[in-house]
Design a protein around this ligand. Structure first.
Ligand SMILES: C[S@@+](CC[C@H](N)C(=O)[O-])C[C@H]1O[C@@H](n2cnc3c(N)ncnc32)[C@H](O)[C@@H]1O
Length: 141
């Protein structure tokens, strides 16, 4: 079974609720309501995260430091804008990449490579990956 099929099966049979997060305005910034996350979630934050992504990529001269050869599955917890997951998907076209975030990236669907899946989940509420035999390199950001 492919990763995406397995994930969908796992999600549809899961007792873990999908998060139903909403944004609240505080001053001129938007924040995730009732979440233990202090940073804003708005256009300004997207710009900041994108800039940070490019700065790190420039400094590291790559998107990662781990000695990845030919990864099959990559889980990006707290994927934010989804930019890193998308770049990894392009760099590893045979890998299945899953980006989890309390709010899904607001990407145009055409920007998403077919080997990336974005899921809206609060990881603090638990996330069951049912297949005990699966192995996934995990990135928490
Ligand atoms: C500092 S941002 C980093 C985003 C991205 N990894 C990057 O490097 O640009 C942290 C991300 O974690 C997400 N996050 C925070 N708490 C979370 C939770 N409980 N479950 C899932 N995602 C969460 C936020 O929504 C945010 O997108």
């Amino acid at each position: 079974m492919g990763l995406f099929q397995w994930l969908w099966k796992s999600i549809t049979g899961s007792t873990v609720e999908h998060t139903d997060q909403r944004l609240v305005k505080v001053g001129d910034r938007a924040y995730v309501e009732n979440a233990p996350y202090v940073l804003p979630k708005d256009e300004q934050e997207i710009d900041r995260l994108d800039l940070q992504h490019y700065v790190f990529r420039y400094m590291l001269r790559d998107n990662y430091l781990a000695p990845l050869k030919n990864p099959g599955r990559i889980l990006d917890i707290g994927c934010g804008t989804g930019l890193w997951a998308i770049e990894l998907a392009k760099g590893f076209p045979t890998a299945d990449i899953v980006g989890l975030d309390i709010l899904k990236p607001t990407l145009d669907a055409t920007q998403r490579p077919r080997n990336v899946l974005f899921l809206q989940r609060d990881v603090l509420k638990g996330y069951h990956l049912r297949n005990k035999h699966s192995t996934m390199p995990i990135c928490v950001s």
